[in-house]
Design a protein around this ligand. Sequence first.
Ligand SMILES: *[C@@H]1O[C@H](CO)[C@@H](O)[C@H](O)[C@H]1NC(C)=O
Ligand SMILES: *[C@@H]1O[C@H](CO)[C@@H](O)[C@H](O)[C@H]1NC(C)=O
Ligand SMILES: *[C@@H]1O[C@H](CO)[C@@H](O)[C@H](O)[C@H]1NC(C)=O
Ligand SMILES: *[C@@H]1O[C@H](CO)[C@@H](O)[C@H](O)[C@H]1NC(C)=O
Ligand SMILES: *[C@@H]1O[C@H](CO)[C@@H](O)[C@H](O)[C@H]1NC(C)=O
Ligand SMILES: *[C@@H]1O[C@H](CO)[C@@H](O)[C@H](O)[C@H]1NC(C)=O
Ligand SMILES: *[C@@H]1O[C@H](CO)[C@@H](O)[C@H](O)[C@H]1NC(C)=O
Ligand SMILES: *[C@@H]1O[C@H](CO)[C@@H](O)[C@H](O)[C@H]1NC(C)=O
Ligand SMILES: *[C@@H]1O[C@H](CO)[C@@H](O)[C@H](O)[C@H]1NC(C)=O
Length: 383
Amino acid sequence: MKSILSLLALPLLASANYRVPPPGPDGKYTLKAPGIEAKFIPYAACITNLVISDRNGVSRDIILGYDNASLYPVDPNHPDYGAVPGRYVNRIANHTYVLDGERYYTEANDGNGTLHSGTNGWSHRTWNVSEVTNNSITFTIRDEGNSSLGLPGLVLGTVTHTLDEKSWSTKLKGVAVTHKTPLMLTTHPYWNLDAFSNPATDLILNHTLSLPYGKRMIGIDPTTQSTGALPSVPKGSVNDFWSAPKQIGAGIKDPAWVGNCGSAFNCSGYNNQWIVDRDVIEASKPIATLSSDYTGIKWDLYSDQAGVVVYSCFWMGGANALKKSQLGPATNGFVRSNGCVAVEPQDWIDGINHPEWNRTSKQIYGPDTKPFESNIQYKFSTF
Ligand SMILES: *[C@@H]1O[C@H](CO)[C@@H](O)[C@H](O)[C@H]1NC(C)=O
Ligand SMILES: *[C@@H]1O[C@H](CO)[C@@H](O)[C@H](O)[C@H]1NC(C)=O
Ligand SMILES: *[C@@H]1O[C@H](CO)[C@@H](O)[C@H](O)[C@H]1NC(C)=O
Ligand SMILES: *[C@@H]1O[C@H](CO)[C@@H](O)[C@H](O)[C@H]1NC(C)=O
Ligand SMILES: *[C@@H]1O[C@H](CO)[C@@H](O)[C@H](O)[C@H]1NC(C)=O
Ligand SMILES: *[C@@H]1O[C@H](CO)[C@@H](O)[C@H](O)[C@H]1NC(C)=O
Ligand SMILES: *[C@@H]1O[C@H](CO)[C@@H](O)[C@H](O)[C@H]1NC(C)=O
Ligand SMILES: *[C@@H]1O[C@H](CO)[C@@H](O)[C@H](O)[C@H]1NC(C)=O
Ligand SMILES: *[C@@H]1O[C@H](CO)[C@@H](O)[C@H](O)[C@H]1NC(C)=O
């Protein structure tokens, strides 16, 4: 079978007849750049594998996903592994919002709220592949109005993933063609920087996280819906990752740990959004840094977004099988609670229900506005 790279060698890219090469025998597109290799699938515009070398030169696949590309669309657990959710990411409280005086009702798929636009959101669809090079892939989606309940008008989405030397970046774009609509996109990778190879633990509680701008959060009710409050993050509190880098599990004995991400179900740890409090976007400064002492792998996250969601995988109940490359000695073959950490840069959660936050121009787009555009980049290193 012809490899992707040999197909790419054909001078087709510039031609109007450019045909997208098929994925590899594993159903995935493999991209490479110096010091990094990653795989992507059209379902949810997903990243499924991301391999870099640890401090000893051992290759580690540090992102969660499945070996079997065909499993993603039918997986009943559907954790949005590595996906691009949309058209409006994260929660809509009480599955409703008002736009230009009209009330819309979205799908209640998360208690009484909406999560990631419902069960036909962008992370539940097979996207088109419009271009593949040896280090980039572009996915497109045509999202008709109302194909997710209560989200009006046609939106055309484009996502380009690019690998450069020890870097993975994603360019997200959404054009609202016919109607004003909520529009907010992100990437949803789940990380275990040990690649589950640490013999002492399969969890991420000892990963070190820094959120240097995270001095305020989006306040949540017991079911994790935004309340409108913007609580500040006191130094030394469980949610303090701004005053100094800290292990994710450092606050596990703090009474505030239990229920921190939703008291109705005792969600423990993190499924929260920190505001990226900065007046000017300093492109050279990361909004988050994650590292693990075991592998010595670290990433710095760069984005133009005004918030970052961190989810420490409390709800991973052991139903999702690990990839073969991740069956380390401390694992039982499945992802356990706290076995991963998802990170999602995005604007303030449920800003469409809080005009007093002044996020409208970042979250509502239409034929008369510029498109939604965002850039997200992870830069990897070892220490
Ligand atoms: C991959 O997943 C699909 C969908 O669940 C299933 O039909 C198929 O048998 C799986 N293939 C392998 C090799 O496990
Ligand atoms: C949901 O609606 C109920 C009833 O109107 C209201 O009491 C509650 O505050 C709403 N929740 C949120 C998070 O907006
Ligand atoms: C759920 O949301 C609806 C509005 O969509 C609201 O009328 C109802 O009171 C909410 N229920 C609860 C329990 O908050
Ligand atoms: C990738 O493509 C670029 C431009 O098309 C080319 O210069 C480069 O040699 C290719 N790299 C590999 C590893 O094939
Ligand atoms: C993919 O392209 C086809 C042909 O243009 C179109 O009918 C289909 O809606 C597209 N799929 C998505 C997910 O956008
Ligand atoms: C969305 O669906 C509703 C109800 O089916 C319909 O009245 C409305 O015209 C649709 N709006 C758009 C913008 O597609
Ligand atoms: C995690 O780090 C703590 C110190 O912060 C240490 O006591 C503990 O042994 C570490 N656990 C593992 C599994 O490495
Ligand atoms: C939450 O934890 C408290 C204290 O351990 C317990 O009393 C309560 O039943 C738990 N609630 C749920 C929903 O599990
Ligand atoms: C929104 O703008 C108003 C008017 O400038 C300001 O008073 C308010 O503090 C802003 N809200 C937030 C959350 O920044």
